[in-house]
Design a protein around this ligand. Structure first.
Ligand SMILES: [Zn+2]
Length: 336
């Protein structure tokens, strides 16, 4: 089995430092690789950009906009889907024409929260593929679904061709594809090729025009919004508890849940749950967040009334206020 494991985090940071030095030479020598979206989903709706490439060479983390949508040493772009059931219908696509170099398949789709980080040591990428695009450009796709890889080393692929499905293999707690672009073995941020050190928003985008339409820089987005029964945790949401839920007469508690991506320090979150005739069943307003959070889950709920759940419409409204202005608003409902 070919080892596809990603570089250790500190090493990745150093590689980015080297990239900055060599980039002007590459740009003058030939045109950079153009990449398409590596996932068959609608970014911002059926999938989300969870993490960008870390440009900070030190122990901190900074994305190409000098924002916080990354973590220390992250060397790719993460496209996530809302939960495990939704991953089953999202294909991973070749970002450009090329030839398959390496692959790994056969690793289980399971969160490292369940099996522990040690279980995937040396194979953090999980089921993965590396594609050679010529001119020393390559792309890598990690955490693919077990037995979903459709291409083998030596095979040619076309941009947009299905090569696998989004999965949960390797070092991951949620279904996503980790997409890395490299030139001469050095990590390149497809949002900011040749970006100068600390140059916020600098560098050149490698994304195709069609991909760029879906790739607005998004500090704050709703990943899941829905109802469930009782107290739900991250694993239950990941396993699809919100998609499966049906209110029944004996449901012990009705819970409205929203999981959001990349909320910022100072953000205030408001959430309400109302029942038939607009009766307020639960309501909350958070203190300003003390720090930015890659994902933030909020749930409010109501225990079953003694005479059962009244028939009618149950509605939840979720709002995130940033710097005094409304950043996100999501309303969702169910009819019982
Ligand atoms: Zn990643």
């Amino acid at each position: 089995m070919t080892d596809l494991s990603m570089s250790a985090s500190r090493r990745a940071s150093r590689l980015i430092g080297i990239m900055i030095v060599v980039a002007p030479v590459i740009a003058s020598a030939d045109a950079p690789l153009q990449v398409q979206l590596p996932v068959d989903c609608e970014v911002g709706n059926s999938c989300f950009v969870q993490n960008l490439v870390d440009h900070d060479p030190g122990p901190g983390a900074s994305d190409f906009m000098c924002g916080h949508l990354t973590y220390d040493g992250h060397n790719g772009t993460d496209f996530r889907v809302p939960d495990v059931p939704s991953a089953e219908s999202v294909d991973v696509l070749a970002a450009a024409d090329g030839k398959v170099l390496r692959r790994r398949d056969g690793m289980a789709d399971v969160s490292v929260r369940k099996i522990g980080v040690d279980a995937v040591t040396g194979s953090n990428c999980g089921n993965g593929l590396v594609i050679d695009h010529g001119n020393a450009w390559e792309t890598q796709y990690c955490h693919l679904a077990k037995d979903s890889l459709t291409v083998r080393p030596g095979e040619s692929v076309l941009a947009g061709q299905t090569i696998a499905r989004i999965g949960l293999s390797g070092l991951t707690e949620y279904p996503h594809v980790h997409f890395t672009v490299r030139r001469n073995g050095t990590v390149v941020d497809p949002f900011a090729f040749g970006r100068g050190d600390g140059e916020c928003g600098g560098g050149e985008s490698l994304w195709s025009a069609a991909a760029m339409e879906q790739l607005a820089y998004a500090p704050g987005f709703v990943i899941n919004a829905g109802f469930g029964a009782g107290r739900l945790d991250m694993d239950a949401i990941e396993e699809g508890a919100l998609s499966d839920f049906k209110l029944k007469d004996d449901t012990p508690a009705l819970t409205a849940v929203v999981r959001a991506g990349w909320l910022a320090a100072g953000d205030v979150i408001e959430m309400s749950l109302s029942g038939p005739y607009g009766t307020v069943l639960a309501k909350t307003r958070s203190d300003p967040l003390a720090r930015s959070m890659a994902q933030h889950m909020l749930l409010i709920g109501k225990t079953r009334p003694t005479r059962g759940w009244p028939r009618g419409r149950y509605k939840s409204v979720y709002k995130v206020v940033r710097n005094g202005a409304l950043l996100l608003e999501r309303e969702f409902q169910l009819v019982y």
